[in-house]
Design a protein around this ligand. Sequence first.
Ligand code: ASP
Length: 310
Amino acid sequence: MSVPTLVIHGGCGVIPRAQMSAAREAGFRASLRASLEAGWAVLAGGGPAMAAVEAAIAVMEDDPNFNAGHGSAFNADGAHELDASIMDGATLRAGSVASTRRIRNPIRVVAELARRGADPLMLAGEGADRWAADNGFAMVENGYFATDWRRAALEEIRARARAGTLAAAPESEKHGTVGAAALDAAGHLAAGTSTGGYTNKMVGRVGDSPIIGAGTWADDRTCAISATGKGEFFIRKVLAHEIHARMLWGGQSLAEASRAMIHDELSGWAAGAGLVALDRAGNTVMPYDTEGMYRGKASPAGIEVAVYAA
Ligand code: ASP
């Protein structure tokens, strides 16, 4: 028997501390808590890690505070294209969608793809939308994902692109993601990630979140991971799988492997990177190299949430 544990993130694209009001931060904390409560209800009832990850992420997809589902970033066309994936550490089954435009909760669709046996594992664009609709999932018009906050971020990023000041844009205007990793009482691990991606991203651009091994990974032998940050770098480093490989074959601990990837391997790339992860013993890590990361943990000891460094 394992001690059930859940870790989540709402992305490392945080609002700079200097611009964060106490009321706004309290709102983010309440959102994180609601997600943890949903996932924890599954684990505390003896449910599987996969279901806990799905439940926790679905809450954040519905919450306009986060860049996933309702509240997703706008692409360069002023539309939304969503990416998501999930992986079951017990079976190594996984499901993934990329550039979906009409699936209300991408995490529910990828969980079903994984349940069905992961063939197909990954569906993109119109094919993903069609499969979800055909299989009875809630579908929405693309405008459902829009919020005034993300629209303002799109205008800001476009203005910065014209002025050549993109690099100085706050992380919160550029990106965000949600994710979760869980260990259930039976000792199984799972992880999932869901995102609207980068503000003003090129139409058709796909990040790391739906790429198994880059933004999401789970294997009962080692760990479960959900990442956030500049997806192109995570794909090039195959980051989540690399942490697993360092643990499995390199003998590193989860803390050593994830610190090395976030703080050493990515350090020169100004990636804006973070992750939440846990290992089969229930050890958790939440490293990031940005000013903060919306994050939290649920365990028998209770629920904790954080945004910036303590
Ligand atoms: N990883 C996401 C992407 O590249 C963005 C993020 O996590 O903030 O699409």
